[in-house]
Ligand binder design. Structure first.
Ligand SMILES: Nc1ncnc2c1ncn2[C@@H]1O[C@H](COP(=O)(O)OP(=O)(O)OP(=O)(O)O)[C@@H](O)[C@H]1O
Length: 275
């Protein structure tokens, strides 16, 4: 396993957000991190990257990293494309990529420009003037520029139009041929296409692990764990496992409203605002 989490806990703002998360990421292919809104997916990713205080054990490539700081973890070879992309809007594509160059790593510009010909064509354009999909490409391209042993991609298709989702999916598929990936994603069609293993969180705990195809083939389980098909405004059933006593996560945390997408949402999504 390239990454292993064992009993990871995170408390934010007085709330016990991650309540003993344990799972591993295979050294090949895509592992999907799934769950309804607000269950702790992004917090898990941030715990891996050392962006939030956490307890528990996290091993990367067989070595403990849970006591390291973010820059030390990243230098071990984890690329991160965050949910909000974190691109530098006023800088060009080339400048954004240059800022991502890590010392001591080869810089795979040939690979990046082969995977993202559109970015090559727009290399002198300010990233803030690119479309949402193109900005996402920049965020993913940065992770592929360096010699990473794992890339972590958080909700790459959020707010993108279906056609753009397909383009991003193609890029992720090609990226995953080169480097293992932990993917947070709510578009289940994309998850089915890309991921081998899936890990499902509910209320800060892992409630399911296993092959994604088996999970998604079980409509009742998918509905129970991921709430697919809920109409806007419908109440969401509680997670399958109640929070342990003393857990302070608010039950409504799992139905946290998502910001409305700036473009059309793709179909078949676990988002609570999905049709
Ligand atoms: N800094 C913080 N202080 C307090 N609560 C927080 C903080 N950051 C996140 N939370 C809460 O932690 C819970 C988990 O948030 P997180 O962003 O990890 O969920 P998520 O599964 O990624 O959700 P989504 O799918 O909506 O992005 C949410 O209830 C959120 O409101």
């Amino acid at each position: 396993m390239i990454l292993e989490l064992d009993d990871v806990h995170v408390t934010l703002g007085g709330s016990h957000i991650l309540q003993g998360v344990s799972f591993s990421v295979a050294p090949i292919g895509v592992t999907a991190l799934l769950g309804r809104n607000g269950v702790g997916k992004t917090t898990t990713v941030k715990a891996i990257l050392g962006l939030v205080r956490r307890t528990g054990r996290i091993d990367f490539g067989g070595d403990p990293v849970h006591r390291l700081r973010t820059h030390e973890i990243v230098r071990r070879g984890i690329g991160y494309a965050p949910e909000d992309r974190c691109v530098f809007a006023k800088l060009t594509v080339t400048e954004n990529l240059a800022l991502a160059e890590r010392r001591g790593s080869a810089h795979a510009y040939d690979l990046v420009y082969e995977l993202f010909p559109e970015l090559k064509a727009r290399s002198a354009q300010a990233v803030g003037t690119l479309s949402g999909g193109q900005q996402q490409m920049v965020a993913i391209a940065r992770t592929l520029l360096n010699d990473n042993r794992l890339i972590v991609v958080d909700e790459p298709t959020k707010g993108l139009a279906p056609k753009v989702v397909t383009e991003v999916a193609e890029v992720l598929e090609r990226a995953a041929e080169r480097v293992p990936m932990l993917l947070v994603e709510q578009n289940l069609a994309l998850v089915r296409r890309l991921a081998g293993d899936g890990v499902v969180l509910a209320a800060g705990q892992v409630v399911h692990r296993g092959p994604v195809r088996e999970l998604l083939a079980d409509a009742a389980l998918t509905r129970e764990l991921l709430g697919v098909g809920q109409a806007r405004g419908e109440s969401v059933t509680p997670p399958t496992r109640p929070a342990p006593s003393g857990g302070s996560i608010h039950p409504l945390a799992i139905v946290k409203d998502r910001q409305p997408p700036d473009e059309v949402s793709p179909p078949e999504s676990t988002r609570s605002d999905a049709p």
